[in-house]
Design a protein around this ligand. Structure first.
Ligand SMILES: [Zn+2]
Length: 362
């Protein structure tokens, strides 16, 4: 009896060690997508036709977590819950693209004449926070836009002729396996301020421009003087233009607007539970209060962007987008994108820069 107990506890220790070892590996992984259908195999071997070596088939455009490069022929990866090996040529093209993209970002001399990608333009995420009537010169806080400037921004965007779209439009494209060619702009507002309702909503309605509002569910229930209430957000969400189209989408900016990166003083399990709560509660509240599903999430402070756990929980909870801060790509968690550019709007920003960015001039 005692011997059996020792054997069981020995076995449990082994399982625990394997589990912890796996977590450690995953913490260091990065996300890639397959560029063609490939086999996930038990061993790194050329012998594909040996059926018992194959764990599963990974279709094209699937997200895998790269654990490490084994040799010139194989990568060790995690696909869904399975860990195994795939051939390097099924990932190489995307890794190559990623490297090129990084070079473009790091190289300021990048210009229109030497890039074919540039000719197609970009989808710019134009990101606002608070809209104010007058400025407070003594405050260093820059996350606001004067109402008079916002009106000018909208006029500039309209006269640029650039197509203003929302996340749903992009998701539909990606679902069909297409990318967004040409310049586009997504106008978005973070934090759910009352100015969304008081200023942005009437101006966007008047100009028939779509926009996305990322709101925080706890604040919408306790709006005070600063934030939009559920009643106001519902009015925005329910609005349809003269063509009978909904112009505005509401996304989650978490339940309590806390940083979703792991805190030093919480255990791994506590962090995961906290993540689940922020993703689930905010989604559920938006859907019950507005009678409208949401599949887009903006990380408060952009914290934790790209962490495998956050992406996984977002996927499990039914999200398609986990947007970071100043992050150009990898916001659409099920798809690889290379056409997104992030543009934060501060009190002193020049919107012509965002338009030039969409046109591929910057
Ligand atoms: Zn925020």
């Amino acid at each position: 009896m005692k011997e059996k107990r020792i054997r069981i506890s020995f076995l449990l220790t082994i399982i625990l060690c394997c589990f912890l070892g796996q977590l450690k590996v995953l913490a260091k992984t990065s996300i890639y997508y397959t560029n063609k259908a490939t086999y996930l195999t038990k061993t790194a071997t050329k012998n594909y036709n040996k059926k018992k070596n194959i764990i599963t088939v990974i279709p094209k455009n699937q997200q895998v977590f790269l654990i490490k490069k084994i040799n010139n022929r194989f990568y060790k990866v995690k696909y869904k819950t399975k860990i195994g090996y795939i051939s390097t040529d099924s990932l190489s093209q995307l890794i190559q693209n990623k490297t090129n993209e990084n070079n473009i970002h790091n190289n300021n001399s990048y210009n229109k004449s030497n890039s074919s990608e540039n000719a197609t333009g970009y989808t710019v995420l134009l990101t606002y926070h608070l809209i104010k009537i007058s400025s407070d010169n003594n405050s260093p806080w820059q996350f606001y836009r004067l109402l008079s400037d916002f009106e000018k921004d909208i006029n500039l965007i309209k006269s640029s002729g650039i197509n203003v779209v929302n996340y749903r439009y992009v998701i539909e494209k990606l679902k069909k396996g297409e990318k967004l060619n040409g310049p586009h702009i997504i106008i978005q507002f973070d934090d759910g301020y009352i100015s969304d309702y008081l200023y942005a909503f009437p101006i966007l309605k008047k100009n028939n421009l779509p926009a996305t509002f990322f709101i925080t569910s706890y604040r919408a229930s306790n709006p005070g003087d600063s934030f939009a209430s559920w009643t106001q957000i519902k009015e925005i969400s329910d609005y349809v233009n003269s063509d009978g189209k909904k112009l505005f989408e509401i996304g989650s900016h978490g339940h309590t607007h806390t940083s979703l990166d792991k805190n030093e003083n919480e255990s791994y399990e506590e962090w995961i539970a906290r993540l689940r709560k922020e993703f689930e509660v905010s989604k559920k509240e938006i859907e019950t209060k507005l009678g409208q599903a949401t599949e887009i999430f903006a990380l408060p402070f952009g914290a934790g962007f790209g962490r495998a756990e956050i992406r996984q929980i977002a996927l499990d909870t039914g999200y398609e987008v986990v947007r970071g801060w100043k992050k150009d790509n990898d916001n659409f968690i099920k798809y690889k994108t290379d056409f997104i550019r992030f543009f934060p709007v501060y009190n002193n920003s020049n919107i012509q820069d965002a338009i030039d960015m969409a046109l591929g001039k910057k």
